[in-house]
Structures are given as structure tokens and as C-alpha cells.
Ligand binder design. Structure first.
Ligand code: DCP
Ligand code: MG
Length: 383
């Protein structure tokens, strides 16, 4: 059953997890302009300011009509999170067809460099600013700075699965920056849905070899309907796994080893996921990897970022919701759970705040029900 009409009528509400947010909305060109302003603030580390733009963008995404002079005073000025400054920008766009600040920003060297730097795997805005302050301007500057040459060897796919094996968490940042630069062109290439599906098939073929009953869902942008993704996110559930102990991680490690042996992985690292709190311990593990499908007659090998999330039965459905996104949808889901329901939600589970009792949802819809929310189709979670 698709997202119902009641949800579609919810465009005035503050919580993104109560609104329908399509991938592409009626006001997309305006959102592209506001997106530049959001990104600029994020790159400069102005987090509060950036969040203001992010919220404004999300609210406009749910607005069902083309913004025009006729509905500006009746609807737009009453939308949540649109303060005077934001309304000024939208009015500017309405009257001139552009936003001056967005154009200035896009043209600036600093914005272009910071955007480029932070597009490298493992590089955040703070590192990007530091590189800029050190005088770097381009990805080529960055390759020289990190000593990554044309012929820098990327860890061989599958060749040394032992040395390459599970890299410790604290080693990931530096290593991933070098790998990110060596594979920059590959990792920048958008992944079509058909390739996401091929990757999923191959991974699950190996997973089922280890555990025939395991189940999976491709999450992330793919599930929200994006035609091209920046990475592949897969939640793998293990129905027969006992909680407690480290069976979830053990399965993850075995699968990673098999993928190395098949020659499709070249880097991997485990992360404990979300809150490692009492009852939730060991119920969810995430492996960040770099993956490439075997070469065939048609396609060259392209390296892709692949995140594998391993979930115990208690956390499978919350992991799916938590990893389907969008980021803003997730943020408001957590806020809704906390403020309105006295619960704590994240991908590692749903608990009552006062006694930390862990719910055991039986489906994704069940999680929405427990949270007192109407069902929203994944393709309408693009807040
Ligand atoms: N997510 C989250 N918190 C994190 C990491 C992820 O809430 N620390 C959620 C929100 C994201 C989803 O997981 O939508 C997947 O994360 P991605 O970074 O892979 O983003 P998307 O899949 O949405 O887009 P893409 O991968 O195409 O850039
Ligand atoms: Mg993704």
C-alpha cells in the first residue's frame, strides 16, 4: 500500500518523518540553488546554519505545488523552518529566477576546492579546510600531498586477504584517504541501479553459502529510488543468530573473508554501529568496504563503496529503516521518538526510554506502528 493521502496532506508539519518527500519535487531548481548555500555552510563548519538550510530544503521538498507569487503569502510564509532570511532568498528566486549568493558561492575557488576535497572518501569538511589553508586547490594537489601517484598501488583485489584483512578502526581514516585518492575517479562515478543489483546478488550468493537462511535488503539511496547511487548499502539479517556473544560479527567477518577470496574486495573495516549500549551490544555490525564486480566482456572493473550492515533478529527492521534514510528523515525519526513518544530509536533498535526495554518489531511497518507514525513508502523518504 503506497503512502496514503493523509501523509501527503501533511506538508505543513515540522517532522520530516510525517511528511511525504519525493526524490524530485515540483520546486527542484530552487532546491538546487538552496542546496549550494547549505553545502557552503556545511563545508565551512557552520553546523547550526547548515541545519537551517537543510530543514528549509526538506520542508520545500514536501510542498506539493510549484511555489509562485499566488501561494507565497498563503502557504510559503507559514511553512515551518522558513525564517525571514530564507523567505528573502526564495522571494529573490521567485522574482529574478536566481539567487545571487548561490551564484557567487558556486563561482568561488574556495567552495570549489572544499567541495572537491570533501568528495574524497574519508575526508570531511574540517580536513578539507585544513588542506585549503595549506595552499591546496585541486584533487591533483591533494594526490601530490598524500603522495598518491598515477601508478600508486591500490591494495590488490583479493590477492592478500590476510594482510588486507580487517583493518583496525583507528587505521581507517589515513588509509581510506590514500585509497580514496587512488580510486578517486572510480568512486566518483555514479552507480546505476542494475550494478547495485548485481553487487547485491553476488554478496548474497556468498552470504547464503555461510548461512542459507539469511535475508537482506538493499537500503540507502537505492531503496529511496535514486537512479544512481554513490555507494551500495546492504542490510543482512541472520534469523537464527543468538543475541549476546559475537555471532553477528563472526558472520560478518566470514563473509568479508569469502568476498576477499573471490577477489571482489580490496579494503574493509568494521565499525560498531550506533549506540553500543547495554541491551544493544553486539546486535549490529557494519563493515565499510571497497568492492569491484569481476570484469566481464561488457564492463571494466569499477571500484565501489559497499557498506554491509549485519543485524541480529532484534535489530533487522530498525537497521533497515535507519539505513534507508534520508539523513533528515532519520534525524526527525529519532527526534519524534524521543520528544513525542518517550522512546529511543536508531538503527540498532527501538527502546522505551524509562526502562530501556528493547522492542522486537516483526516488520518495518511494525516499527512505524510502535512509533505511532503513518507508513511512509521508502520512495517518499527523500527529506
Ligand atoms: N545513515 C545515517 N547515519 C549515518 C550513516 C547513514 O542515518 N551515520 C543513513 C542515512 C542514509 C543511509 O543511512 O540515507 C545511507 O547512507 P549513505 O551515506 O550511503 O547515503 P544514501 O544511501 O542516502 O545516498 P548515496 O549513498 O547515494 O550518497
Ligand atoms: Mg548509500
Amino acid at each position: 500500500e503506497p503512502t496514503n493521502e493523509r501523509v501527503k496532506a501533511n506538508w505543513r508539519l515540522r517532522y520530516a518523518c510525517k511528511r511525504a518527500s519525493p526524490l524530485v519535487c515540483k520546486n527542484q531548481p530552487l532546491l538546487v540553488e538552496l542546496g549550494v548555500l547549505y553545502r557552503a555552510r556545511e563545508l565551512e563548519g557552520l553546523e547550526v546554519n547548515a541545519l537551517g538550510y537543510e530543514r528549509a530544503i526538506a520542508v520545500i521538498k514536501s510542498y506539493p505545488n510549484l511555489i509562485a507569487h499566488e501561494n507565497f503569502e498563503t502557504d510559503i510564509v507559514h511553512l515551518p523552518f522558513l525564517g525571514e532570511k530564507m523567505l528573502f532568498k526564495i522571494r529573490e528566486y521567485l522574482t529574478t529566477g536566481r539567487i545571487q549568493e548561490s551564484e557567487t558561492t558556486r563561482a568561488s575557488q574556495r567552495f570549489q576546492s572544499l567541495s572537491a576535497f570533501s568528495s574524497v572518501y574519508g575526508v570531511g569538511p574540517a580536513t578539507a579546510r585544513k588542506l585549503y589553508d595549506d595552499g591546496l586547490r585541486t584533487i591533483d594537489d591533494m594526490k601530490r600531498y598524500y603522495d598518491v601517484q598515477e601508478d600508486t598501488e591500490v591494495p590488490q583485489l583479493g590477492a592478500n586477504s590476510v594482510t588486507n584483512d580487517l583493518i583496525r578502526k583507528d587505521q581507517i581514516p589515513n588509509l581510506s584517504t590514500k585509497v580514496g585518492l587512488a580510486l578517486y575517479e572510480d568512486l566518483e562515478t555514479p552507480i546505476p541501479r542494475s550494478e547495485v543489483e548485481q553487487i547485491h546478488d553476488l554478496v548474497m550468493q556468498e552470504a547464503r553459502y555461510l548461512m542459507p537462511e539469511c535475508i537482506s535488503t538493499v537500503v540507502g539511496g537505492y531503496r529511496r529510488g535514486k537512479p544512481y547511487c554513490n555507494d551500495v548499502d546492504i542490510v543482512i539479517g541472520c534469523p537464527n543468530i543468538q543475541s549476546g556473544g559475537n555471532q553477528v560479527k563472526a558472520l560478518g567477518e566470514k563473509l568479508i573473508k569469502r568476498l576477499y577470496d573471490r577477489g571482489v574486495l580490496c579494503l574493509s573495516g568494521f565499525h560498531a554501529q550506533d549506540s553500543v549500549r547495554g541491551a544493544h551490544l553486539n546486535l549490529l555490525e557494519k563493515a565499510m568496504t571497497i568492492f569491484a564486480l569481476p570484469k566481464n566482456a561488457v564492463h571494466q572493473r569499477v571500484h565501489r563503496r559497499l557498506d554491509l550492515i549485519f543485524a541480529a533478529p532484534e535489530t533487522y527492521w530498525t537497521a533497515i529503516i535507519g539505513w534507508t534514510g534520508s539523513k533528515m528523515f532519520e534525524r526527525d525519526l529519532r527526534l519524534w521518538a524521543k520528544v513525542e513518544m518517550g522512546m529511543k530509536f536508531d538503527s540498532s533498535g527501538l527502546t522505551r526510554r524509562y526502562d530501556s526495554k528493547l522492542f522486537m518489531p516483526s516488520s518495518e511497518r511494525h516499527v512505524f506502528e510502535i512509533l505511532g507514525l503513518d507508513w511512509i513508502d521508502p520512495t517518499m523518504r527523500n527529506a
